[in-house]
Design a protein around this ligand. Structure first.
Ligand SMILES: Cc1cc2nc3c(=O)[nH]c(=O)nc-3n(C[C@H](O)[C@H](O)[C@H](O)COP(=O)(O)OP(=O)(O)OC[C@H]3O[C@@H](n4cnc5c(N)ncnc54)[C@H](O)[C@@H]3O)c2cc1C
Length: 391
């Protein structure tokens, strides 16, 4: 069987690995970047932990799989009538296609955010943020520094829990004693983690408070300039705003909307076998399924589609993944249906979930290496945080 997959993320890599187990299968995996990005660890890399846990070269993952061909290209156009994909570097024929392109950042049109805010969704964004944090810390002045994180979802909460410790490490490194550091987490909904239960939300807010984070819920971000952020009509003086709030479906689908049915959330409508059209499967963040937007859903979708391609007649059944959100060192909130707890046990669950997550897409040796590097702080000073140089 010949299958072409676009997207070297959770869904695409998992589908390729599952297909590659049969030596008669030939997989072409096309992705716009040469690395697999482990999103759940980005907040840790952004706050000085090892980059090894966040980016793993696709070549390493598929080293032992000769029936997987890797192509680095950005696909821009689909021609289903001739079964062709058009990329920026070339044109590719396909027989069966799996699309797993993930999501991109959106600022919901809020003025100034695209120019002045920082993000943690890619290597470039993290490098830019770290350079800025380094520069700010060593600028010599002793005044108060305000760090504002926008978005009280999982990423914002994780980042808020880790940023304080990182800033203290930077401050110690630069020998700064007096500079006051204030971290504010802003959320538009009335509570943090609005997709989880109220009790989990309360525990997360209490934990952040203990870590010294100032939480502002029910607050709307209206505008950002170089020196301030307008929040619900009140200006907040800051030069560091980190946007973790909005994502939207990969633009490929809007650019090829004549070939897909797209729902009101911008997701692609798929049938009970995850097909958007004959011979085209859409999975992970891209598909209009109840739990799209989580890595575990993308892995689940990939396994489902491969089983279907192997002849299974079972229809798609969404599975609610557990949520484990680390807040500070070895501490996390855990929620899975009615099972909820918080504390070091949550931290342990998160470490276990990460080990399983790495193992899902990496050879075991690499999975353990990536997982063990989680606790390593990589403070490269003075000039560049060396998150890219080591590949
Ligand atoms: C900061 C952050 C933290 C997160 N933390 C968690 C977490 O803790 N737990 C959890 O379950 N989920 C988490 N998520 C969500 C999770 O990462 C996604 O749901 C998951 O990655 C979706 O998998 P996917 O295969 O659909 O897309 P992705 O994993 O995003 O993969 C998409 C791939 O397609 C490539 N691509 C995009 N467009 C093109 C194109 N036109 N041509 C070629 N290639 C293309 C991309 O470069 C990427 O390699 C997080 C997300 C973010 C942003």
């Amino acid at each position: 069987m010949k299958v072409t997959i676009v997207g070297g993320g959770f869904g695409g890599v998992k589908a390729a690995l599952e297909l590659a187990e049969h030596p008669n299968n030939h997989v072409t995996l096309i992705s716009d970047k040469p690395d697999f990005q482990y999103y759940p660890a980005l907040f840790a890399t952004a706050t000085g932990h090892s980059h090894r846990q966040s980016w793993i070269p696709l070549e390493t993952i598929f080293d032992d799989w000769p029936n997987v061909e890797l192509i680095t290209d950005e696909i821009v156009k689909l021609h289903p009538d001739t079964r062709q994909l058009v990329g920026k570097q070339g044109t590719y024929d396909y027989k069966t296609l799996i699309l797993a392109l993930g999501s991109v950042t959106t600022y919901f049109g809020i003025e100034g955010l695209d120019t002045f805010s920082y993000g943690i969704k890619s290597q470039d964004e993290i490098r830019r943020l770290q350079n800025h944090l380094f520069e700010e810390m060593r600028d010599g002045s002793d005044d108060e520094k305000n760090y504002v994180i926008i978005g009280g979802g999982a990423t914002g909460v994780e980042l808020a829990g880790a940023l304080g410790e990182y800033l203290l490490v930077l401050r110690r490194h630069f020998g700064i004693r007096k500079k006051r550091l204030r971290i504010t987490l802003v959320e538009a909904a009335p509570r943090l983690l609005p997709r989880l239960s109220e009790s989990t939300s309360r525990k997360a807010a209490a934990r952040l408070k203990r870590l010294g984070v100032h939480v502002e819920t029910d607050k709307k971000v209206e505008r950002q300039t170089a020196e301030s952020l307008m929040v619900s009509g009140r200006p907040l003086s800051t030069q560091t705003v980190i946007w973790t709030s909005g994502v939207t479906n990969a633009p490929f689908f809007n650019n090829n909307s004549e070939h897909f049915t797209i729902n009101e959330r911008g997701k692609v409508v798929v049938d009970e076998f995850m097909r958007a059209r004959t011979g085209i499967y859409v999975i992970g963040d891209n598909a209009a399924t109840p739990y799209a937007g989580l890595a575990q859903t993308a892995l689940h979708d990939a396994q489902f589609v491969v089983r279907h391609l192997n002849g299974s007649k079972k229809t798609y059944r969404p599975v609610q993944p557990a949520s484990v959100i680390p807040i500070g060192h070895h501490w996390a909130v855990f929620e899975w249906g009615r099972l909820r707890f918080a504390g070091w046990l949550g931290g342990f669950m998160r470490m276990s979930a990460d080990l399983i997550g790495y193992h899902d897409v990496l050879p075991i040796g690499w999975a353990v290496k990536a997982w063990r590097s989680q606790d390593k702080q990589e403070l490269r000073i003075p000039d560049e945080p060396a998150i890219l140089e080591e590949g």
